[in-house]
Design a protein around this ligand. Structure first.
Ligand code: ADP
Length: 244
């Protein structure tokens, strides 16, 4: 589903990703953990073409668009359409209702008719437990509800892969569970997901593979039970000790 080869990303002199190789199969949930500044967000943004790699290739799905500095704007938007991104800060349109936040992408980017977009958006909002909130504005919703609108909005574009960038970090602790539940349901339905998170319990329970990143590289990867119970690398052990 996703193939990443020799991915490098520099910001000026700073080398943030130092050669990442990874294959992700369809339907798998990959959780990326690691210290702050290790390049997790940049990695995820490369998968969504929000950042273009300095070197290396990413191909996604059978369309196999290869992403490097030389791709056209059209290829980038095609690539981006295959992925749905959920941000830490929700990034909803504040002046639009939950429903309009979800229909915006399909109508504007995909040219879906308004009625059809609304019908599908209602189904998605129902699915994330917000069937009663379709006409509310973001300021009328809790952080957990806003983030669930964010997930519905990403799903509305019918992506092949969902990318989550610390989706629960901005939430009050009591609201984290409702968002993780929606993510677990999605995983159980077979959605391919890449999740950057500090929620180790989610990683333990939902991940097929856990990737430990440090200093712009993958230090260790494996099944959650191996990474958490029996990490091979000293850097992984130290990180897991620190986060307790
Ligand atoms: P993480 O998600 O693991 O905390 P990031 O990917 O956010 O790590 O950041 C990795 C490094 O890249 C940091 O040193 C950060 O300051 C730097 N960085 C991220 N984005 C940019 C940017 N747009 N311009 C310059 N430096 C950046």
């Amino acid at each position: 589903m996703i193939s990443i080869q020799g991915l490098h990303k520099n910001f000026g002199e700073l080398e943030v990703l130092k050669g990442i190789d990874l294959q992700i199969e369809q339907g798998k949930v990959v959780v990326v953990i690691g210290p702050s500044g290790s390049g997790k967000t940049t990695f995820l943004r490369c998968l969504n073409a929000l950042e273009l790699p300095s070197e290396g290739r990413i191909s996604l799905d059978s369309t196999a668009i290869d992403l490097s500095e030389k791709v056209s704007g059209k290829q980038i938007s095609e690539f981006r359409r295959l992925t749905g991104m959920v941000f830490q800060s929700y990034n909803l349109f504040p002046h639009k209702t939950a429903l309009d936040n979800v229909t915006e992408g399909p109508i504007v980017v995909k040219g879906v008719g308004k009625e059809e977009a609304q019908r599908k958006a209602k189904v998605l909002l129902q699915k994330v437990g917000l069937g009663e909130k379709v006409n509310e504005y973001p300021f009328q919703l809790s952080g957990g509800q806003q983030q669930r609108v964010g997930i519905a909005r990403a799903l509305a574009m019918e992506p092949k892969v969902m990318l989550f960038d610390e989706p629960t970090s901005a939430l009050d602790p009591e609201l984290v569970g409702e968002v993780l539940k929606v993510m677990k349901d999605l995983a159980a339905e077979g959605m391919t997901m890449v999740v950057v998170t500090h929620e180790m319990r989610f990683a333990r329970e939902a991940a097929d593979e856990v990737i430990f990143m440090d200093n712009g590289a993958i230090v260790e990867k494996g099944k959650p039970e191996d990474i958490f119970k029996n990490p091979k690398e000293e850097r992984t052990r130290r990180f897991l000790r620190l986060i307790g």
